[in-house]
Design a protein. Structure first.
Length: 381
């Protein structure tokens, strides 16, 4: 943890000790797993401090999947994504108004003291409602540049926290918040046994985050089919996304290489704990999980983001030496010739993987969930 982050947490905790107790917090975040995960992480820290937490998310399936094993109460907000297309803009405006009224009612009925937004299209109406009724409001930003929802929501935030340096005014940088379930708690052998893998073999983890990644799903089985000898001595765990698991399982069978394929894993800490090498996307949560679990990784940033913020997320860890960033060319043949070559090299280069892991061991990361909780509980300026 950097000194500035340590001082921030000390300052926030000191402010909290001087403030009448906050007892109820509404956390709004949703639309993707990347927004629900930090909401749950923040809820865990607040709950540990004796605060009652209510989570608000969107009606998307991934939000329900992420919340499935969560112990926290939750509600669905009637918000819609921001769009500049005529029909999309109308849906957004209607959803914004409905969600704002809904959150106002939730605040009143649950005696909410603070509204925390962790991103996604449910965040803006939640903070807007909080500001309207006089609740304390806190915004968490995870990306540089910030997403459309956060650019809108920031105007209603009393406190702005960010896990990356960004252009939001008066934003305070903290470590990324992480759920306890994504932090490895067992040794590598025990973690491999959970997935039915040989504890004495190395493990390759392939994941496109909560919903899977089609180009990564295609790349690894195709690479194994072309170069099966490189995968000898490895156990493979491929998290393909619930909608893609069957087709990915068939692709590995066609390749003639044994692979454990699953759609989704709640306790990612077990997967990270088992991994000797990972192939991943570059979402903010994924990069934070790689860092705290010290897993050598090849990151293929999502290629359809115009701002390429997943590359920005991964660059500090690449500079540290913990990951390699490869281009996702969207076409299988190009990916085989580029990222595929790097994957094959790292499968064989044990010393390189060891050096990557050591780089992260020597510069340990921290969990920012407690800093978020302290910000929610601290006295407003």
């Amino acid at each position: 943890m950097r000194l500035t982050e340590t001082l921030l947490q000390v300052q926030l905790c000191t402010m909290h000790s001087q403030q009448p107790r906050v007892t109820n917090v509404l956390i709004a975040g949703g639309g993707s797993g990347g927004h629900v995960a930090p909401a749950i992480a923040s809820a865990e820290s607040l709950s540990a401090k004796g605060v009652h937490v209510l989570l608000a998310h969107s009606n998307r399936k991934i939000d329900f999947d992420m919340m499935e094993d969560s112990p926290f109460d939750s509600v669905v907000l009637a918000a819609a994504p921001l769009s500049m297309k005529p029909l999309g803009l109308i849906r957004f405006c209607i959803g914004f108004l409905r969600a704002t009224h809904q959150v106002k009612r939730i605040i009143k009925e649950n005696k909410i003291d603070c509204v925390l937004a962790t991103g996604g299209f449910v965040s803006a109406p939640a903070l807007h409602a909080g500001r309207k009724v006089g609740c304390k409001t806190v915004l968490l930003n995870l990306d540089d540049p910030p997403g459309k929802a956060n650019k809108l929501a920031v105007r209603w935030a009393d406190t702005v926290l960010t896990t990356v340096i960004c252009a939001l005014n008066d934003a305070v940088k903290i470590a990324p918040p992480l759920r306890q379930s994504v932090i490895a708690s067992k040794n590598a052998g025990e973690s491999k046994k959970i997935f039915g893998l040989n504890p004495n073999r190395m493990m390759l983890l392939v994941t496109g985050a909560s919903q899977g990644a089609s180009t990564i799903n295609q790349l690894l089985p195709a690479l194994a089919k072309m170069q099966p000898t490189f995968f000898q001595g490895w156990e493979i765990l491929h998290i393909a996304g619930n909608d893609h698991a069957d087709s990915v399982k068939q692709a590995w069978q066609d390749a003639g290489v044994s692979c454990r394929v699953v759609g989704f894993i709640q306790n990612m800490g077990d997967a990270w704990g088992a991994a000797d090498l990972a192939i991943t996307r570059g979402g903010a949560n994924t990069i934070a999980e790689i860092s705290i679990n010290r897993v050598p990784s090849i990151v293929l940033p999502y290629p359809y983001h115009q701002d390429d913020h997943q590359r920005t997320n991964a660059e500090p860890l690449e500079e540290l030496g913990g990951v390699y960033i490869a281009n996702d060319h969207k076409q299988l043949e190009l990916n085989l010739k580029d990222a595929g070559v790097l994957i094959l090299e790292l499968l064989k280069q044990h010393q390189t993987r060891f050096t990557m892991r050591q780089a992260m061991v020597e510069s340990p990361s921290s969990n920012g969930a407690d800093a978020i909780a302290s910000a929610c509980l601290s006295k407003p300026d």
